[in-house]
Design a protein around this ligand. Structure first.
Ligand code: PEP
Ligand code: MN
Length: 294
């Protein structure tokens, strides 16, 4: 795997690289700023399952301290088959998500997978997620860049930091500076075992911070794929200096339509938020939402 050379930073990553040690971008999503001295928690179900479900979750995670609501309407599911228990609500789900965010007062982030649907998804979201599988889908990156909207760019599980920053450079070059990186686990020879589907690359947080001014989050849910590991990895992400975490939360985690093994129920999420508040104090970050003046 190639390392990032000084030539890459200058010629391949001129917009993504830091000008100096203090250079840091703040991405405003609705009324919430990501990447200032605050820590951001994005929470919600893997998939939007019904209007009632997403509205209820939005109110609950907001009350517990989340800053942004997540929920998938278009899902990159491993198998092409859908059933009454495994499904995606697509456009219907987008409408429910928008309503839930408005009712609870939370900006929403959701995945877009198809360049043809970027405008449609953008009309219902405050931030667009590029999923791990699409990190190097360059036409999609270009279409998303054109919206100028905040983007959550997940790292592909087989890609280096060099590849990841290269994908971010496409967004910035496309005229969109509002990019937030999200680590979600990488594959290694011993992964895809029950206890290690992916390996969370926590050291990529300081590594990225050395090179780029873009904020960086960690997704302890999709990286560990295992409920018991989500809170420990989220706490570690906060301690290592990430700008936030993205956590799957579901009222009945075992019954979630997608990713039932990793979602946290409300009591676990509440405990995690308490822990994160404590860690934030130690590492010198605020927990509360804040809109940064540009
Ligand atoms: C998700 O966030 O729901 C998702 C599918 O993530 P990833 O692209 O990291 O697998
Ligand atoms: Mn998921």
């Amino acid at each position: 795997m190639k390392d990032i050379s000084p030539g890459d930073l200058e010629k391949g990553l001129p917009l993504v690289s830091k000008r100096d040690a203090a250079h840091k971008t703040v991405v405003n999503v609705g009324t919430h700023a990501i990447g200032r001295s605050n820590f951001t928690v994005i929470a919600g179900p893997c998939a939007v399952e019904s209007q009632g479900q997403i509205v209820e979750i939005a109110h609950r995670v907001k009350a517990l301290g989340a800053h942004l609501l997540r929920g998938g309407a278009f899902k990159p599911l491993t198998f092409p088959y859908r059933s009454s228990s495994v499904f995606e609500l697509r456009e219907e789900g987008l409408r429910y998500l928008k309503k839930a965010g408005e009712e609870a007062g939370l900006p929403v982030v959701t995945e877009v997978m198809d360049p043809r649907l970027v405008e449609r998804v953008a009309s219902c979201a405050d931030m667009l997620q590029i999923g791990a599988r699409n990190m190097q889908n360059f036409p999609l990156l270009e279409a998303v860049a054109e919206t100028g909207m905040p983007v959550l760019l997940k790292r592909h599980f087989g890609c280096s930091l060099r590849d990841w920053l290269g994908a971010a450079e496409y967004l910035l070059k496309g005229g969109n500076p509002n990019v937030v990186l999200c680590e979600r686990g990488i594959v290694a020879p011993h992964t895809h075992q029950p206890a290690s589907r992916f390996i969370v690359d926590l050291q990529v947080v300081p590594a990225a911070q050395e090179m780029t001014h873009l904020p960086i989050l960690v997704d302890p849910s999709h990286s560990t794929f295992r409920r018991a590991y989500v809170a420990p990895v989220a706490r570690a992400a906060c301690a290592i200096g990430a700008d936030g975490v993205l956590v799957d939360v579901h009222p009945a985690p075992e019954q979630a339509a997608v990713d039932p093994l990793q979602a946290l129920g409300y009591p676990d999420f509440e405990r995690l938020i308490q822990d994160l508040r404590g860690i934030c104090k130690v590492v010198g970050r605020e927990f509360e939402s804040s809109l940064a003046p540009r």
